[in-house]
Design a protein around this ligand. Structure first.
Ligand SMILES: CC(C)(COP(=O)(O)OP(=O)(O)OC[C@H]1O[C@@H](n2cnc3c(N)ncnc32)[C@H](O)[C@@H]1OP(=O)(O)O)[C@@H](O)C(=O)NCCC(=O)NCCS
Length: 252
């Protein structure tokens, strides 16, 4: 596998990654490139086929036009987009409350996280290693430069019923972080979600003693001990959810 470029410039969009060692597929060549504005219709078709969620047109415009904000990588076979991964970098301080516990406050302040908005492969090409290729390329990108070293974790949300995706992410060292009741609204119905996390670049779960001590001191300084205790209770609940759900769900 060869990834030719570190820097995202126009020329990079066309650079080709050759895959010669993939199993279980008749595909001989897959190329990777970033999405461009002309891809919008093809991407919409792929997403409508792959995801139960309906995205607004503005979302498709964003991911195909805004290459500064979004890392939108497409897997191409025979000139057609057969898979895609869309991600963005978020600073810890701007995360939703429920996602902030991915990192301890002491590690989180000043750090960023990569959020996978979408990862989908056309149904005809699944189980051929395409999602693996997209994810590995993204992770390599996040680990490849000093500039990205402050990105301490990759996280995503997934429907609790999406067994293929959960098995896929668990295979690549993503672990369950939290259970999110009624997180999704799909065709007017509320559906539960999970948040999955993979730590990179020295990031880790906020369970180390040193994190607890640092957080404690920080909260004392801010006279906010009550909120600190609430966040510990939340962690215990998350831990309980993890063990309860992992017994029920998706163990092969
Ligand atoms: C989840 C998804 C992206 C996986 O794509 P893929 O290209 O088929 O995945 P890969 O071929 O790289 O699979 C790698 C490994 O993940 C696991 N895996 C992937 N799909 C699986 C499935 N349906 N059942 C069990 N394990 C699965 C397997 O361990 C697999 O390795 P193996 O084929 O050697 O057994 C694909 O099923 C998909 O597009 N689903 C619909 C969209 C979606 O739900 N996206 C995730 C939410 S963001």
């Amino acid at each position: 596998m060869i990834w030719y470029s570190e820097k995202r410039e126009d020329s990079e969009m066309q650079q080709i990654l050759e895959v010669s060692d993939k199993k279980k597929t008749s595909m001989e060549k897959i190329s990777l490139r970033f999405l461009v504005p002309d891809d919008i219709d093809e991407v919409r078709l792929l997403c409508e086929e792959s995801f139960p969620i309906e995205y607004p047109l503005s979302w498709y415009e964003d991911i195909t036009h805004n290459s500064t904000r979004f890392y939108s990588l497409a897997a191409v076979y025979n000139f057609a987009i057969v898979g895609l991964l869309v991600a963005e970098i978020k600073s810890w301080s701007k995360l939703n409350k429920e996602d902030k516990t991915i990192l301890s406050e002491s590690l989180g302040r000043g750090s960023s996280l990569a959020y996978i908005l979408s990862l989908g492969v056309h149904c005809k090409y699944r189980r051929s290693g395409i999602a693996t290729l997209l994810l590995e390329t993204f992770i390599e990108h996040l680990q490849s430069s000093e500039q990205n070293s402050k990105i301490k974790a990759i996280y995503l949300h997934v429907l609790t019923t999406n067994q293929p995706a959960i098995l896929f992410y668990e295979r690549y060292n993503f672990t369950l972080h939290s259970f999110l009741p009624y997180y999704y609204s799909i065709k007017g119905k509320s559906r539960d979600g999970f948040c999955y996390v993979c730590y990179i670049n020295g990031g880790h779960q906020p369970y180390h003693l040193i994190d607890q001590v640092r957080d404690f001191c920080y909260k004392i300084l801010k006279f906010n001990i009550f909120s600190w205790m609430l966040s510990r209770i939340r962690l215990v609940i998350n831990w309980f959810n993890y063990h309860a759900f992992s017994k029920i769900h998706f163990r092969q």
